[in-house]
Design a protein around this ligand. Structure first.
Ligand code: EPU
Length: 419
């Protein structure tokens, strides 16, 4: 067990380089199971969710060579469709993608009901409805999900909600199906486009990813044989944008796609900070207390729920009273109790929270409830006066590569110590 000790306040200044996207990587790795051959995956973030996924793929028979800390060559020619992966799949939420990819590859899949961040109820009924529409039978019992099919056959599927996970999982299940699958009301997040680009590079025929209608023409085989580089992580980039604003700093964020950050950029500018885009860089600076705002999180291109806690830290010390309405998850305001320990004045009312801005935060011991709450508490610690201790780091390590090194490089006084 470890904790972070952060001494502040520090206006963060300098350059930070963004890693590959976690939420793309955890879908591209299981997507590799659909390939009958070898491929190279570059720009993989070096995080615990990626390492866990590689362990699962190896248990299934994949041969993985780590070329560098961020690049693998993976050969999925020989896959053991009967390998027991139940216990390991329980360890994280994104293991649900194995249902789609194994249904595609093996016509059967068994995974443990996924764990992950505690953000409220996290059903996968839309994934299951999609698999069943494609011809699979599913059954949940004793904490496991079983899915199997004689044949996967393309069809039209309308999603009641533009779910990221269901869109990707149905794409995975239909790439090798017979005929054409149409996903209507599909999610449009950049990592959905990235997974489709990966699969197309390997031989799939997917059109329309990034719009609300995706068409997947089934192919007989994915040949692989190519290299693919994971898209930069827009949530990590957004985290550093908000770190610049909260700490009244000046950061150049390198290796990102500014277009993916537009929903955040609009809000950051609205509250009085400065943003300049230049190719694959975004320069963000803020030299005064930001103003108040109202935010509602929604699917892309709305304001991302995965940047809501980091924005909450900014609004905790903004002038006036701000409101955040959480439109995706039931329970994503657990970090507000921790910020209140640091002197914030936030009232959490279920799916919305009222932020009465205070002039400054002060350091305190705080506990991380989930991945993005962890990033938010680091930003709070850097911006607050005095010492902040951040506990429960395993949530943060799931999704941010070298986070304290990246913060240290831009001036933060941050140490990781054993408990
Ligand atoms: N939902 C259903 N039924 C389903 C699927 C989803 O009711 O079958 C509901 C969920 O309960 C939730 C909403 O729909 O209220 C959105 O769920 P979605 O399926 O879009 O989310 P997800 O695929 O489970 C991914 C990211 C999350 C991110 C959300 C929203 C991955 C591995 N996870 O989750 O990332 O918050 O999309 O953008 O891609 C994070 O990175 O910190 C994180 C939690």
């Amino acid at each position: 067990m470890e904790k972070l000790i952060i001494k502040g306040p520090t206006p963060l200044k300098g350059e930070v380089s963004i890693s590959g996207a976690k939420n793309a990587a955890v879908a591209i790795l299981p997507a590799a199971l659909l390939i009958n051959g070898e491929c190279k995956i570059e720009n993989l973030p070096n995080i615990s969710d990626v390492k866990l996924y590689c362990e699962i793929l190896e248990k299934l028979g994949a041969k993985i060579t780590w070329n560098t800390n961020n690049e693998i060559t993976i050969n999925t020619q020989n896959i053991n469709c009967d390998a027991d992966i139940i216990e390991i799949t329980r360890k994280f939420r994104a293991s649900y993608y194995l249902l789609g990819s194994l249904l595609g590859r093996c016509k059967k899949a068994t995974v443990g009901v996924p764990g992950g961040c505690k953000l409220g109820a996290r059903p996968i009924d839309l994934h299951i409805k999609g698999f069943e529409a494609l011809g699979a039978t599913t059954n949940v019992s004793q904490g496991n999900i079983y899915a199997s099919a004689k044949k996967m056959k393309g069809t039209s599927i309308y999603l009641d909600f533009a779910s990221v996970g269901a869109t990707i999982n149905i794409m995975l299940a239909s790439v090798l199906a017979e005929g054409t699958t149409v996903i209507d009301n599909a999610a449009k997040e950049p990592h959905i486009v990235d997974v489709a680009n990966f699969l197309n590079t390997m031989g799939a025929d997917i059109r329309g990813a990034g719009t609300d209608m995706i068409k997947i023409h089934g192919v007989k085989e994915l040949h692989g044989g190519s290299a693919y580089s994971v898209v930069p992580d827009q949530i990590e980039a957004g985290t550093f944008m908000l770190a610049a604003v909260a700490s009244r700093g000046d950061i150049i964020i390198k290796n990102c796609i500014p277009e993916h950050l537009e929903p955040l950029t609009a809000k950051v500018v609205e509250i009085g900070a400065h943003v300049e885009e230049n190719g694959d860089e975004v320069h963000v600076w803020c030299n005064k207390r930001p103003g108040k705002t109202v935010i509602k999180t929604s699917p892309y291109p709305g304001f991302p729920t995965d940047l809501q806690p980091q924005m909450g830290v900014v609004l905790a010390t903004a002038e006036g009273t701000s409101i955040i309405n959480e439109g995706i998850w039931e329970s994503r305001f657990q970090y507000t109790a921790e910020l209140n320990k640091m002197g914030a004045n936030i009232t959490d009312q279920g799916k919305s929270a009222l932020f009465q801005g205070v002039p400054k935060l002060t350091g305190a011991p705080v506990c991380v409830s989930d991945l993005r709450a962890g990033a938010a508490l680091i930003i709070a610690g850097v911006s607050a006066e005095g010492t902040t201790e951040v506990l429960n780091l395993e949530h943060i390590d799931r999704g941010y590569e070298n986070i304290e090194e990246k913060f240290r490089k831009i001036g933060a006084n941050i140490q990781r110590v054993a408990l």
